[in-house]
Design a protein around this ligand. Structure first.
Ligand code: PMP
Length: 408
């Protein structure tokens, strides 16, 4: 029997068994181009991968060896659902570097911040509940919220981030339509994919609006430490710790492969989220947690971040110069002050979904703008991730993209 007919049979066998929510999970447009970006000669402007070539791999290898040799019985065993004590203390130190105060009682270690997002969505969103989010927003958040059958309503942003007046107006409109709004999901620092940050004034305004309207905030901050200037704005969590759930990650400042992230929430909420976490993973990887803790406590991770941010700053500058050179007249883009991304708007009439194949044929891959909206917007946008490729390859990739645009 052919593989195709076996697949058909298996599909038929399970077709009526799936839960109603099973149809809510869709392939991620970023993961979909992952394989393509690995093809030889392909330049990837697509994935938000950190450049790990700056990591001190020799030292990290030695840390891993020491952990297994000295604490192997702990490192390779099940651990606490809360995370290791050492790592929760380390997380407080990492947050303090950005000016945010947290204490271990409020922290839950997760297998990446994606898991933290999923836990919050599971615990707070019923089908049909509305989650407010920037437009554009993080693809993975769209997937998580939609997977739980929540509806995403996008709030416009500009170069200063989410627009408070639009937030207020949308809340009024949704309430008038009888909707239940549960959360505001926001990426205030170096937004993925928009590249912009929320201004200081707007931070206070947004925190005040959400508190007054009874909407909890999910502050997703994987990029905050990767500021080009080394300056940090206060976290929303710092402005209202009771109403803001904070998500952090070691993925962009150390390694996404270790899958270590965390959330900070009021104790009562954090404890309930731990129950949901234990139902999913029992505990986060102890080996990974010990490795992250060792890296932060024994290596000069702040110098490492300064070096990485400088590299990313140069790559952002090279990307923007190439956009000016190779994109059609009238194209605009955001000017990031940190993080991994810039968001490009082509002149009206251009579309980017149908640019992907010609781009791949020309040896460059990117993520079209529509991936970052739940409502099909973003037709003439695309995201550039400048974190992974060298400045020379980014320039060449953007040249190839310009060629694909004109040769369609
Ligand atoms: N939030 C945002 C905004 C991200 O960009 C990412 C990773 N691309 C995540 C969450 C997930 O990160 P993690 O690897 O910690 O799960």
């Amino acid at each position: 029997m052919s593989t195709v007919s076996i697949q058909r049979q298996v599909n038929a066998l399970h077709a009526d068994r799936y839960a109603a929510r099973a149809d809510s999970f869709h392939p991620s447009p970023v993961r979909a181009v992952f394989e393509v970006s690995m093809l030889p000669g392909m330049i990837s402007l697509a994935g938000g991968n950190p450049d790990l070539s700056l990591l001190p791999l020799g030292e990290v290898a030695e840390f891993a060896r020491e952990i297994v040799a000295e604490r192997g019985l702990e490192a390779l065993q099940y651990g606490s659902g809360a995370g290791t004590e050492g790592l929760t203390n380390t997380i407080c130190e990492v947050m303090a570097a950005e000016g945010t105060t947290a204490v271990p009682e409020n922290i839950l270690v997760t297998s990446g911040s994606q898991m933290a997002l999923e836990l919050i969505a599971t615990m707070f969103c019923d089908p049909g509940d509305v989650v407010l989010a920037e437009g554009p927003t993080y693809v993975g958040a769209i997937g998580t919220f939609e997977g739980l059958q929540a509806e995403i309503s996008h709030i416009a942003l500009d170069s200063d981030g989410l627009i408070p007046e639009q937030l207020e107006q949308r809340i009024r409109e949704l309430r008038a339509a009888g909707k239940t709004i549960k959360l505001l999901y926001t990426i205030p620092n170096f937004n993925n994919p928009a590249g912009v940050s929320l201004s200081l004034e707007r931070r206070q305004q947004i925190v005040d609006i959400c508190r007054a309207e009874g909407i909890a905030i999910v502050e997703d901050n994987p990029y905050g430490l990767l500021s080009f200037s080394g300056q940090y704005l206060p976290s929303l969590h710092g402005l209202d710790p009771e109403n803001v759930f904070y998500l952090g990650s070691f993925s962009k400042i150390f390694s996404p492969g270790v899958r270590v992230g965390w959330l900070v929430a009021p104790v009562e909420v954090r404890n309930r989220l731990q129950l949901a976490a234990e139902a999913t993973t029992i505990c986060p990887s102890v080996l990974s947690q010990l490795l992250v803790e060792r890296y932060i406590t024994e290596f000069d991770w702040k110098a490492q971040i300064r070096a990485s941010s400088e590299l990313y700053r140069e790559r952002a500058a090279a990307s923007m110069a190439a956009l000016g050179r190779y994109m059609p007249v009238g194209t605009t883009w955001t000017v990031p002050e940190g993080g991994f991304f810039t968001w490009v708007t082509l002149p009206a009439g251009h579309t980017t979904d149908d640019l992907l194949q010609p781009a791949i044929d020309n040896g460059v891959v990117f993520v079209p703008g529509s991936a970052f909206y739940a409502d099909g917007s973003g037709a003439n946008n695309f995201r550039i991730a400048f974190s992974f490729e060298s400045a020379e390859r980014l320039t060449e990739g953007i040249r190839r993209l310009g060629k694909a645009l004109t040769s369609r």
